[in-house]
Design a protein around this ligand. Sequence first.
Ligand SMILES: [Zn+2]
Length: 79
Amino acid sequence: MPEMKFCYCCRVHHPLDQMRLFPTRQGVRWRCVRSIEAAVRSRLERDAFGHQQTLINRDAASRAAEFAQRLRNYATGNA
Ligand SMILES: [Zn+2]
C-alpha cells in the first residue's frame, strides 16, 4: 500500500508518487501531478486562443483598411 497524501485540488487522497508540493496563498500544499498538468494545459490553451484571436483581429483590420483604400481609389478613378 503506497503512502497517500491529501490533494487539496481534488479533495481526495492520491498515492505519494503522484503528488507534488505546490505553493499556494495558504502555503505549500500537496497537489497531484494530474491537476497541475490540467491547469497548465488549460492556461496554454487559453494563451494560444488569445494569440490566434489577435492574429484574426489584425487580419480583419488590415483587410478593412485595404478595402477602404480600394474604395477611395475607386472613387477617385485610380482603381
Ligand atoms: Zn488531485
